[in-house]
Design a protein around this ligand. Structure first.
Ligand code: AMP
Ligand code: MN
Ligand code: MN
Length: 347
């Protein structure tokens, strides 16, 4: 093993025989179809686009997509390079010879592309969710990795492609979003070492941070104001550890022409509440379904509660979709939130 291999290996713990098989499958494929989870975040889209650009360097035919009914890259992520690889779900291969998925813990999380995944001859699954169901013909899954981008960086390295600045922007976006700007417990020395490698390609961390966190349309402030106005603190909930929650109806967004993805980060304002172990933001999407974001500070496993309601995620950051009214959705969630003794890892 060379020094360089050791550097990469420190951040990613996928068994060697799995790497060998994945590299063989991918290296010998002339065409690769990539997919990430619906409503893609920085890690899902970033690891997929970086891998797509690396496969293009190898001369492969690459298509990449995600299976949302309304196919659009969230405004926050439009700065990421490699988007010319994206195709609408309708143009995605029905039964790809080789399909690779990113940051999706279940087939359901692939939305409209779930059928292609089921019909793919080979399905390689890159992920870091402990709740990954083991779907696919093979997995490159590291539940200890801070982001799927960690696994993607290792894959690109093992494919023999040098990570260029564009790939680095995508991988860094995945790493910095899933570690909450290197604040979460997942921020290991390996995560910082990876950031160092990526920054060395010449990317601008200040520009990426501004795109991700320091800008929004004016309407965001008004919608945030309304959500803060209806925020509730329930000290007795979550096993007496406290629950803070609010709701963002689509009508609020419509009043200011604010797209759904602009309110994704609102949970980061709500979760600062000292008096609450668990924070929840219930967001009504454009179809009228409720997308529920949950966060805990470590004593409550929100992934367990969200999984019981058909969703999933990490112990400290999880979500689910509800088709019930807000109060019934919250009643169901409240009933599942209770303290757990084991201290659990973050994203
Ligand atoms: P979010 O609150 O949307 O930032 O999501 C937090 C975590 O929960 C992420 O790891 C997501 O992958 C996961 N998650 C969110 N919504 C769902 C869902 N409907 N089903 C499964 N996992 C979800
Ligand atoms: Mn994700
Ligand atoms: Mn992730």
């Amino acid at each position: 093993m060379t020094g360089d291999d050791r550097l990469h290996g420190a951040g990613c713990r996928v068994p060697e025989q799995d790497w060998a098989r994945a590299i063989e499958l991918i290296s010998s494929a002339p065409e690769v179809a990539l997919a990430c989870h619906v409503s893609p975040d920085g890690d899902a889209l970033g690891s997929m686009l970086a891998t797509g650009m690396a496969l293009r360097v190898l001369g492969k035919n690459v298509v990449a997509s995600f299976g949302d009914q309304r196919f659009a890259v969230p405004r926050l992520l439009r700065f990421m390079p490699g988007q010319e690889l994206l195709v609408e779900p309708a143009a995605y291969p029905e039964s790809p010879a080789l399909m690779v998925t990113f940051d999706a813990s279940t087939v359901d999380r692939l939305g409209l592309l779930g059928d292609s995944a089921v019909k793919a001859r080979e399905l390689v699954v890159l992920d870091h969710h402990p709740s990954n169901t083991g779907f696919g013909t093979m997995g490159l899954i590291d539940p200890a990795a801070a982001a799927t981008a960690v696994v993607a960086e290792e894959l690109i390295h093992r494919l023999g492609v040098a990570v260029d600045r564009d790939m680095a922007v995508c991988l860094y976006t995945g790493l910095v979003t899933d570690t909450g700007s290197f604040r979460h417990a997942s921020t290991t020395p390996a995560a910082h070492a990876m950031a160092g490698r990526l920054i060395a390609t010449g990317l601008r961390t200040d520009e990426i941070a501004r795109e991700l966190w320091d800008r929004s349309p004016f309407g965001y402030l008004k919608v945030l104001g309304a959500a803060l106005d209806r925020v509730v603190l329930e000290r007795e909930s979550a096993g007496g550890l406290g629950l803070v929650w609010t709701y963002v109806p689509r009508l609020d967004r419509a009043s200011y022409g604010l797209p759904y993805d602009e309110v994704e980060g609102m949970i980061d304002v709500i979760r600062r509440t000292d008096e609450a172990e668990v924070a929840v933001v219930v967001k009504e999407d454009d179809e009228g379904a409720l997308q529920v974001s949950t966060r805990s500070k470590g004593a409550v496993d929100v992934a367990r509660a969200c999984s019981a309601l058909g969703g999933g995620g990490h112990s400290r950051a999880a979500g689910f979709t509800s088709h019930l009214p807000v109060e019934e959705t919250m009643a169901a969630l409240r009933g599942l939130l209770s303290a757990t003794p084991e201290d659990v890892r973050d994203e």
